[in-house]
Write a protein that binds this ligand. Structure first.
Ligand code: ADP
Length: 274
C-alpha cells in the first residue's frame, strides 16, 4: 500500500511543477503492528504476576488473616512473583536501551575470550548446582570492537539458556575462536555455546529471537524466563555488526553461535609511508 500526496513545487523560472509523493505504507504498517503487539504482550506478561500478587494480598487480608503458616508460604510465592516482574521490567529496559544505541557500532577493543572466561567462572557453580558441567574452550585473546557489558550479557543469556534447557547431567561448552578461513579483511571471532539438551524443533528456530517467543511457555516461566533473552542477544549482536546462528538437533542438543567482526588495529599512522 502506498500513500499518495500531490505537491506544488515553484520553479526559478516562475513556473510551477507538480510533484507526486509516494510513501510505502506496508513497512510502516508492519512496524506499527509489531509495536502494538509488543505492548500487548508486555502488558500481559506483567499482568499475570500482578494478578497473582493481588490475589494473595486479598487472601492474606481476609481468609488467611490469622494463619501464620499460610502467611509464610504465601510470602514466599509473592516474593517470587515480584522478582519475576522486576526481571521483566529490567529486560524491557535493557532491550529499549540497546535498540536506542543499535545504529552506533562499538569501536573499542574488548577481549571476548576473557569475557567468556569470566562468565564461565561466575556461572560455573550455579550450573554445577543444577547438575551441569560448564567449561570453556579458547586459545584467546580474541579482541572484537565491542561494549564489554553488552558482550557479557550475550554470554550470560546464552549460558543461562543452555543450563536451563540443556537438562541436568549434561555438559555446556562455551568456546571462543577465530574463524579459520576468513574472507580477507573480514576476520571474525565466533562465540559458541553448546549444550546436550533435548534440542529445538526446526520450525521454532527462526522465531526464537522474537520478543516473548517461547517453545514451551510453562517451562520458560518455571525457569524464571522472560522470553526476552534471545531478543536481547540478537540486538546486541546486530549492534556489534555480527550475526547469530542457532543450530539444533532433536535429542542431541543446541549450539548458538555469534559471529562478530574481529578487532583490526588501524595501520599505525606514525609509521613511514611505504
Ligand atoms: P526465556 O526467557 O524463555 O529463556 P529466551 O528468549 O532466552 O527466553 O529463549 C526463548 C525460548 O527458546 C525459550 O523459552 C526456550 O523455549 C528456547 N530455548 C532457548 N535456548 C534453548 C536451548 N539451549 N535449548 C532448548 N531451548 C532453548
Amino acid at each position: 500500500a502506498f500513500e499518495v500526496q500531490l505537491g506544488a513545487l515553484p520553479m526559478p523560472d516562475g513556473q510551477t511543477n507538480v510533484v507526486l509523493f509516494l510513501r510505502d505504507l506496508t513497512s510502516a504498517r508492519r512496524l506499527e503492528a509489531m509495536r502494538v503487539d509488543f505492548v500487548a504482550n508486555a502488558s500481559h506478561e506483567l499482568r499475570t504476576p500482578l494478578a497473582s500478587l493481588l490475589g494473595f494480598i486479598e487472601t492474606l487480608q481476609g481468609p488467611a488473616r490469622n494463619d501464620a503458616l499460610a502467611r509464610e508460604r504465601f510470602l514466599v510465592i509473592m516474593k517470587t512473583q515480584a522478582h519475576r516482574m522486576a526481571r521483566l521490567v529490567d529486560d524491557l529496559l535493557s532491550l529499549s536501551r540497546i535498540e536506542l544505541r543499535e545504529h552506533v557500532a562499538p569501536t573499542k577493543a574488548v577481549d571476548l575470550a576473557r569475557i567468556a572466561r569470566q562468565m564461565v567462572e561466575t556461572q560455573g557453580p550455579l550450573a554445577r548446582e543444577r547438575g551441569v558441567e560448564l567449561t570453556l574452550e579458547t586459545d584467546g585473546p580474541h579482541p572484537v570492537p565491542g561494549e564489554r557489558d553488552e558482550l557479557l550479557r550475550v554470554v550470560e543469556n546464552l549460558v543461562e539458556n543452555a543450563v536451563k534447557y540443556g537438562g541436568s547431567g549434561g555438559r555446556v561448552v562455551v568456546s571462543v575462536a577465530r574463524v579459520a578461513e576468513p574472507v580477507p579483511r573480514r576476520a571474525e571471532v565466533i562465540l559458541a555455546v553448546r549444550d546436550q539438551g533435548p534440542g529445538i524443533a526446526p520450525e521454532h528456530i527462526p522465531r526464537l529471537t522474537e520478543r516473548f517467543y517461547r517453545v514451551d511457555v510453562a517451562s520458560s516461566r518455571d525457569q524464571g524466563g522472560t522470553g526476552l533473552g534471545l531478543a536481547i542477544v540478537k540486538h546486541i549482536v546486530n549492534r556489534h555488526r555480527g550475526r547469530l546462528v542457532i543450530e539444533s538437533t532433536i535429542g542431541a542438543g543446541t549450539t548458538v553461535r555469534a559471529f562478530l567482526p574481529a578487532f583490526v588495529a588501524e595501520p599505525d599512522e606514525a609509521a613511514p609511508a611505504g
